[in-house]
Structures are given as structure tokens and as C-alpha cells.
Write a protein that binds this ligand. Structure first.
Ligand SMILES: *Cc1c(COP(=O)(O)O)cnc(C)c1O
Length: 454
């Protein structure tokens, strides 16, 4: 059967993250203050984030050193393995070669601790006592709970209500690591109370939960906010995935033609793809780079590239990104981690530049691909990750049709062990393909802020 697993020795954990801002052909649009419409400075963000992360938002340095204590924690599960999916290739009877980087080996089962550990470290260094955050499916909340505990920080998590009810084990995991978790919208913040007053049965959304978490951080001196995706520093921390994968592909004696990741806020996709895209922008091999999103929350494929708020209550600065409108609440699909109205400004920028190709898939097709993957490779993908699996399968089948062999690399961002209800629903024929609500989208889009600086 040949080799199928490529692992680096511990001493080859990359010592730097890769900052794609150093290689962009055009710089990112500035982040704007919602009141003045002017670009914000570091001080505007200081109530929310540690200065080390704020600097990482804007730095143009190509390589950022990973602090020793962070690398030390990474050793608990990194380097993460790279696999050749030979049994999936056989099942598909494709001439394509399929590789995947597996981030499910982390303590919380996804890529998210890569940034949670870094953020907890920087906050601790700067004397912060408490972190406040939101979580969708619970992956981020449990990752920050794990990291916060290691660095002796108190962690408060606002969990989107639909997931809070669907995924009690994720909540239990957060509490196991010592964090506190409440359903959002909650009665603990003004933002939450305002939503509940309008709609007592609100299922919540990431946008609402972000408002609650930001409000708590803004109002408490000893508390900072931590975000699990979207922001430049978060994507930076995730590039450890692609840095490792580049070395592992070299070990395998191969080089991907197609690089794929699922995209909610864009962090795991960027983590794998940015080091490859950077090499391309510096004159290296050109690759097809695909970001996969759910058809029920089609930010990159149906959204507008415009300035918008990151949250529903409009407490965040304005960032230029693909957006469905900050008040858009996506339907309750199982891939909770992909239900965000916006997208990372860096990923949006690269889509606008034509360097990244977005696609959207319905959830039943994704679960079908996830099942096929589980039966061939043994690992049960997280519902979010099935979107990347589906795109890899589609590309492999396209190779079969065309009789060409291409090398495909995708990120398996996490395992689905906490999401088995979703698989039960799929196996029981209960999963529906949710179309997004066109009227709700138009309404949300009509509320996009007007920005003079564009
Ligand atoms: C959170 C999550 C995602 C989506 O977030 P990104 O920032 O787009 O990576 C994808 N997969 C898994 C397993 C997740 O936990």
C-alpha cells in the first residue's frame, strides 16, 4: 500500500508563524472606527486585546517567532500528522493523490488550540486575569478553556444557544477545563438582554455572542476578549498548520496542486493555505486554493465585500470583509463553526484578488462525503471539516473524469466525536439542506454601514 503517514520529529516543530501581510500584492484595507470612520490605532483596541496581539494584527514582518512557552505547549500534540488518504483514493477509484493534514489530534479535537494557547500566553504576560469569549459549536470555547487553565486565567464563554442545547458535551468539556459557560443571548449583558426583549426564543448567533463577550471585556479592566477566528493575529497563529504541512509534503516527495480548507471565519483554511500562497506570491508554484463554506451561510459566494461590523450589537470596529450583514442569523445547520455572517478580512482580500476560489456546499452532500471518508480512513470528521472533505472528493472525481492526476491537500480541521448527533440525524435521514433566507439576507444587507473611506 505504500507510506500513508508523515510525521515530523518534535524538534522540527516550526519556530515561526508565517505572516502573509508581508507578501500581499496590495495591502489590506484599514480597520475603521465606527464613530469617526477613521482608521483605528493600537490604543483603540487596547481594552479588548493584549498589545502583542494588536501588533500582530498590523505587522508586515514575514516571520514571527513563536514564544518558547507556546512551543512547549504545542508539543502536547504537535507536529500534527499528515496523511495520504490511500484508501479513500481507492474507494473513489481516482488517479488523484489525496493528502490531509489532521488537526483533530489536539486536546480539544480541532485546530483552535493553536491560537488559544498563543492568546492565553500573551494575555498572561500582560497581567490579564480573565478572558471573555464566544463560541459557536463549542470548539473554540473548549480550546480557550484548555489554554486558559494552563496559563491560570479565568475563562467565561458565551455559547450560541442552539449549540448550547445541541451539544451538552462541549459545555461539559469547557467546565472540565475549569471555564464557565452560559447560553447566548443571556441576561448577563445589555446586548443579550436587548436581543431577548425583541425575541425571547432567539437561537442566538455568533454575532450576538461576540457582542456579549466584547461588552464584558470592555467593561472590566482585568478582562480581555479572545476571538477564535477572523482576525489577522488568529490566522497568523494557525499558520503552524501549513508550515508543518509544507515540510511533510516534502517528506512525502509531493507538492500539492490543490489546497483546500473549510471556512467559517477563515482561520483553519488560512492556517493551511497561507504558507503555500506566500510561496506562490514570492514567485513559486501556482496552486488552486479553495475555501469551502456552507450553502446555508454563503459569506464568500453570496456576500458583499464591504465594510461591516463583526458583531450584531455593533460594538466592534468596521472591517472590510465578505459579509451577509451583521444582523443576518443563519439557519441552525450542524456545522455551527461555519455559521458566521462575516469572514476574515485577509481571506476576503485574497478572494477579491482572485488568489482564492470560494465554493459553497449543502450539508447533506458534506455528511455523505464525511461518511465515505470515515469508512475509508477511520477518522470521523467534524461537521465543519466535512465541507473540506467534500471539496477534496469532488476534485478527485473531477480528476477521474478528466483522466488527470493531481495532488490534493486538504485540512481535516477536527474530529466529530462531540458531533455524533449530527451523524445520527444524517444516518436517520433527518438532515435537510437548509437554503438561506433570501428576504432576511436582503434585510441584513440593507443595514450595511455607509463608509466614506471606500
Ligand atoms: C471552528 C471550526 C471551524 C471554522 O472556523 P475557521 O476559523 O473557519 O477555521 C472549522 N472546523 C472546525 C473543526 C472548527 O472547530
Amino acid at each position: 500500500m505504500g507510506d500513508y503517514k508523515y510525521n515530523l520529529s518534535e524538534d522540527r516543530i516550526p519556530k515561526h508563524w508565517y505572516n502573509i501581510q508581508a507578501d500581499l500584492p496590495e495591502p489590506l484595507a484599514p480597520v475603521l472606527h465606527p464613530g469617526t470612520g477613521q482608521p483605528i490605532g493600537p490604543d483603540d483596541l487596547a481594552p479588548l486585546f493584549p498589545m502583542a496581539c494588536i501588533i500582530q494584527e498590523v505587522t508586515q514582518e514575514r516571520e514571527i517567532e513563536i514564544p518558547e512557552p507556546v512551543r512547549d505547549v504545542y508539543k502536547l500534540w504537535r507536529p500534527a500528522p499528515l496523511y495520504r488518504a490511500r484508501r479513500l483514493e481507492q474507494a473513489l477509484d481516482t488517479p488523484a493523490k489525496i493528502y490531509y493534514k489532521y488537526e483533530g489530534v489536539s486536546p480539544s479535537g480541532s485546530h483552535k488550540p493553536n491560537t488559544a494557547v498563543a492568546q492565553a500566553f500573551y494575555n498572561k504576560e500582560e497581567g490579564v486575569k480573565k478572558l471573555s469569549t464566544e463560541t459557536g459549536a463549542g470548539q473554540w470555547g473548549s480550546s480557550l478553556a484548555f489554554a486558559g487553565n494552563l496559563f491560570d486565567l479565568e475563562v467565561n464563554v458565551f455559547m450560541v444557544k442552539v449549540s448550547y442545547n445541541q451539544k451538552p458535551y462541549r459545555r461539559a468539556l469547557m467546565e472540565t477545563y475549569g471555564a464557565r459557560c452560559v447560553a447566548s443571548p443571556s441576561n448577563e449583558t445589555e446586548s443579550g438582554r436587548a436581543i431577548l426583549a425583541k425575541d425571547p426564543d432567539s437561537t442566538g448567533s455568533l454575532g450576538i455572542a461576540i457582542s456579549e463577550a466584547v461588552e464584558v471585556a470592555a467593561q472590566n479592566d482585568d478582562t480581555k476578549y479572545a476571538l477564535g477566528s477572523v482576525l489577522n493575529h488568529v490566522l497568523l497563529h494557525q499558520t503552524i498548520i501549513g508550515m508543518e504541512a509544507m515540510e511533510q509534503m516534502e517528506m512525502a516527495g509531493d507538492d500539492p496542486d490543490i489546497v483546500i480548507g473549510c471556512a467559517g471565519g477563515g482561520s483553519n483554511f488560512a492556517g493551511l493555505a497561507f504558507p503555500f500562497l506566500g510561496a506562490q506570491m514570492r514567485g513559486g508554484k501556482k496552486r488552486q486554493v479553495i475555501a469551502v463554506e456552507p450553502a446555508a451561510c454563503p459569506t464568500l459566494t453570496r456576500g458583499t465585500f464591504a465594510y461591516d461590523f463583526g458583531d450584531t450589537a455593533h460594538l466592534t470596529p468596521l472591517v472590510k470583509m465578505h459579509t451577509l450583514g451583521s444582523t443576518f442569523v443563519p439557519s441552525g445547520i450542524h456545522a455551527g463553526g461555519l455559521r458566521y455572517h462575516g469572514m476574515s478580512p485577509l481571506v476576503s482580500h485574497l478572494v477579491a484578488l482572485g488568489l482564492v476560489e470560494p465554493v459553497a456546499y449543502h450539508q447533506t452532500g458534506c455528511f455523505e462525503a464525511g461518511l465515505q471518508f470515515a469508512r475509508a480512513e477511520g477518522i470521523v470528521p467534524a461537521p465543519e471539516s466535512t465541507h473540506a472533505v467534500k471539496a477534496a472528493v469532488d476534485q478527485a472525481l473531477k480528476c477521474k473524469e478528466e483522466g488527470t492526476s493531481r495532488t490534493i491537500l486538504f485540512n481535516l480541521s477536527g474530529h466529530g466525536h462531540f458531533d455524533m448527533q449530527a451523524y445520527m440525524d444524517f444516518l436517520g435521514g433527518k438532515l435537510k439542506d437548509e437554503e438561506y433566507d433570501h428576504a432576511a439576507l436582503s434585510a441584513a444587507m440593507s443595514e450595511l454601514p455607509e463608509v466614506a473611506a471606500e
